[in-house]
Design a protein around this ligand. Structure first.
Ligand SMILES: *Cc1c(COP(=O)(O)O)cnc(C)c1O
Length: 358
């Protein structure tokens, strides 16, 4: 037998999920391509990680991340047994697929959205169904229900568009679908509202959050899932036994105990986002309103394609994200909101390229 025959067909045939580039020596780039936070974590969080570095690292971590679940309980007003902790929220998505999707069953999501959703479906042998957003980006409730999917995922705010759907429509979807609804709030802290009020109303709703974006801890890998207790009990069975390490648990407890330390960071990013949207529009980009820490910008009519903008900005030391394989996005750049200094460098580079155009 050959490697091709050993490897599962679904794995052999798939391209594999491609995350944004993490270049070696990335310090020399203005890195606006993976929606990381431009600010370092608060000192209390860094201190908590440092304090955890001792001889006890020889011991396994608490398997269910109990201290994190208790901290999340205090931070968000839920019961600790309603919280499931993941090695990033990508890990929670994997657990959701493993818990609910038999091979051949469907997972549906409004599209375009986070491209990990179909990639995980391939691995699980599930069928991924993208349903186009309605006009103005509203949630295609009826279309999603019609897929008869076992799991429906909505990113709110959505990636890569940054827009949000109305929570009334999410509630309507929870009522009408016979499956599980996952509200992916990876960018929820940058938005004006969140799905918390729905959590106690619907037995089929899961909210997932991450410390990677608003909480400045993408390097730590920690995600939080919120759901009814009985559902969390089932999902614990598919979790890797020790899926969150000691350092990550310590960081998460400190972060959740000091949400107030994040307020100035989140406010600064939101403020900068609004400035950047206006500045890019003045330069001929079409920019969607965004409630996340990034914007999706259609490049100006001119001699450069989306891909050329990507390449030329890179030559200027600025990394942005480009989704060229999706024709609906091939004239667009997704730009993470950084510090005011970083955004000034972006806008200077844009100005330079635009002048070069004439
Ligand atoms: C970044 C992102 C995630 C994953 O976050 P991690 O916790 O770092 O795994 C999940 N969903 C969406 C929509 C994201 O953009």
């Amino acid at each position: 037998m050959s490697l091709e025959q050993w490897v599962r067909k679904a794995v052999w045939q798939m391209a594999g999920y491609t995350p944004g580039e993490q270049p070696r020596g990335h310090q020399s780039f203005v890195k606006l391509n993976t929606n990381e936070n431009p600010y370092p974590p608060p000192k209390v969080v860094l201190d908590a990680i440092a304090n955890e570095v001792d001889g006890l690292l020889r011991l396994y971590p608490e398997p269910s991340s109990l201290a994190v679940r208790e901290a999340a309980s205090r931070a968000y007003g839920v019961h600790p047994d309603q919280v499931l902790v993941g090695n990033g929220s990508d890990d929670l998505l994997t657990m959701i697929y493993r818990t609910f999707l038999e091979p051949g069953e469907r997972v549906a999501y409004p599209d375009p959205t986070y491209t990990l959703y179909p990639a995980l479906a391939t691995l699980q042998g599930a069928e991924a169904v993208g349903v186009p957003w309605l006009e103005q980006g509203e949630l295609p409730v009826e279309g999603l229900v019609a897929t008869q999917a076992k799991v429906v995922i909505i990113a709110r705010p959505n990636a890569p568009t940054g827009h949000v759907v109305s929570l009334d429509l999410v509630a309507r979807l929870c009522r009408l679908t016979s499956g599980v609804v996952v509200l992916d709030e990876a960018y929820g802290d940058f938005a004006t509202d969140a799905g918390w009020p729905l959590l106690s109303r619907f037995p089929n709703l899961i909210i997932i959050r991450t410390l990677s974006k608003s909480m400045c801890l993408a390097g730590i890998r920690l995600g939080l899932g919120f759901m009814p207790k009985e559902m969390a009990f089932q999902m614990h069975k598919v979790r890797d036994s020790y899926n969150v390490d000691r350092l990550a648990q310590a960081a998460a407890v400190a972060a959740l105990n000091h949400l107030d330390a994040y307020r100035p960071i989140i406010d600064a990013i939101v403020q900068e986002r609004e400035k950047v949207i206006l500045a890019l529009r003045q330069r001929g980009f079409q920019v969607m309103d965004s409630q996340a820490n990034f914007v999706l910008a259609t490049v100006p009519n001119g001699r450069r394609s989306g891909h050329q903008w990507l390449e030329e900005l890179k030559k200027e030391g600025i990394l942005v994200r480009y989704f060229g394989s999706d024709p609906r996005l091939s004239d667009k750049l997704r730009i993470t909101i950084g510090t005011p200094e970083q955004m000034e460098r972006l806008l200077d580079a844009v100005d330079g390229l635009l002048q070069d155009n004439t």
